[in-house]
Each structure stands twice: as C-alpha cells, then as structure tokens.
Design a protein around this ligand. Structure first.
Ligand code: 6PG
Length: 246
C-alpha cells in the first residue's frame, strides 16, 4: 500500500515535509555523517524552501552538515528565470548557512550531456556504487512526470547512469533540454517525499496510484525506493479523486 498522507492545504504539506527533513537531518547528525538532501524543482517546493529558511525550522537544522543536490535542471544559466537552482537559491540556499562546497548544482549553462556526465561522476564519487541520498524531494507534473523523467522519453528507460540529459519535446518549459537524475539512482534514496498539490493533478494522481502500472506514460510510477521509503504528501485538492476509491 502506498504511504499517502493528506493535508488540508499546501502550507500544511510544506510543514509536514519540513518536519521530516528536520528529523532526518538530526538522524544524520547524531550518526556523525552529512545529511544529503536532493531538492526538487518546479513551483510546489517553494513554500517548503521558504519555511526551512526561517524559524522555527531554520535553527533546527545543522546547515553546515547539509549537502544539497538537485533532482533535475533546465539547460539554462543559474540566473535564468527557468533555473531550478535560481528558484531554490532565492528561497533557501542563499538564506541559510550552508557550506558553498556542499551545494552541488547541475550546470545548466554548459552542454547538457557534459553537465549530466560530470554530475553523474560526482554522485559516483560521493555515494559509491550502492549508496544514495538521505532524503529526496520530488514533485509530479500533471502529465505524470517527475524530476525531468517525462512520458515517452529515453531517460525513463535508463538503467545504468545516475544522471542523464535529454531533449524534451513537451516539458513544463516547452521544448527544452533537461538534465535529470534517473529512477535507479533516485530509488537509492533512504526517504523520498513526493509533494503533490492542487486539483489540477487529482485525475493523474488517481491513475498513478490506483491505475494500471504504465511508467512509459506515468514515469513517477518508476519511483519505488528499495529499501528506502516513499511518502506521498498531498493536499485535499490533489487527493480529491483518491478518497472516493479508498
Ligand atoms: C521541474 C521539476 C518537475 C516538477 C513538476 C511539478 O524541473 O520542473 O523538477 O519535475 O516537480 O513539473 O512542477 P510544479 O510543482 O510546478 O507543479
């Protein structure tokens, strides 16, 4: 059974995610190791990033012990309006005491294939052949994509590389090159939080959670961390077509 948690609204979803991030960061701290956090792009996590950058959450996290990674990036410079790094930097990274060397952004300004290769190499060096992040944030597009794993694209069939680049005909930013972590690497995360809000995603979410398995059409179905956990953090609007079935 999927671990589905429904909250009244997007701020409550963001608070639930922030609480989990604080407790996982503490677990890593008390175990004497860095906390490896993968950020999601898009608009949904912005509320969460704003929350983490302010008290009461900000002072509950040992930020110098936090390593930041990205689930995907658009092939644009870091100051571009479409840049996930820019979004996360503005609402979180520039406002908390992270060590600059612990912020691992995908270089959207260089050749996307080169950027994916260098990011994959960095992940291999950091996590080895079997290790993975402590916590990964993911969103879902209303077409069922996650990170930049879009329906019908080559990246959803990737079984070897940790990070790939691909040209996407239909993405949330139009026809564009994207750099994305792959499902095999994402599934090495100890904990994945899939944050999905808004009525516009309700029908697709019902298909993803209660419909037949069809990752070619619904790539977020590829997200099955093992032995890690996957929590769906939803607001009532996004979960509105689930309730009827449960
Ligand atoms: C991106 C994201 C993408 C996002 C979904 C949902 O780069 O766009 O990583 O996977 O999570 O498109 O986006 P919204 O949160 O804006 O609905």
């Amino acid at each position: 059974m999927a671990d589905i948690r429904v909250y009244p609204d997007p701020p409550a979803v963001a608070r639930a995610a922030a609480d989990t991030i604080v407790s996982c960061a503490r677990d890593a701290r008390s175990a004497g190791r860095p906390f490896a956090l993968v950020l999601s792009g898009g608009s949904t996590p912005n509320l969460l990033y704003e929350l983490l950058a302010a008290d009461p959450y900000c002072s509950r996290i040992d930020w110098p012990n936090v390593e930041i990674y990205f689930g995907d990036e658009r092939a644009v410079p870091p100051d571009h309006a479409d840049s996930n790094f820019r979004m996360a930097s503005g609402s979180l990274l520039s406002r908390v005491p992270l060590k600059p060397e612990n912020i691992h952004r995908m270089r959207g300004e260089i050749d996307p294939t080169e950027a994916a290769i260098e990011y994959g190499r960095m992940l291999k060096t950091r996590f080895g052949d079997t290790g993975g992040p402590d916590l990964t944030l993911l969103g879902m597009g209303d077409d069922g994509h996650t990170a930049s794993l879009f329906p019908g694209t080559p990246a959803i069939h990737e079984t070897h590389h940790r990070c790939v680049a691909q040209f996407v005909e239909k993405s949330t930013t139009g026809r564009s090159w994207r750099i994305t972590l792959t499902a095999p690497f994402l599934n090495r995360s100890a904990c994945i939080l899939a944050m999905v809000t808004g009525a516009g995603k309700a029908a697709r979410l019902r298909e993803v959670l209660h419909g037949p398995r069809d990752p070619e059409r619904l790539p977020i179905q590829l997200i099955q961390p093992d032995p890690g956990s996957l929590q769906w953090l939803l607001d009532t609007a996004a979960a509105s077509q689930l309730q009827a079935q449960m």
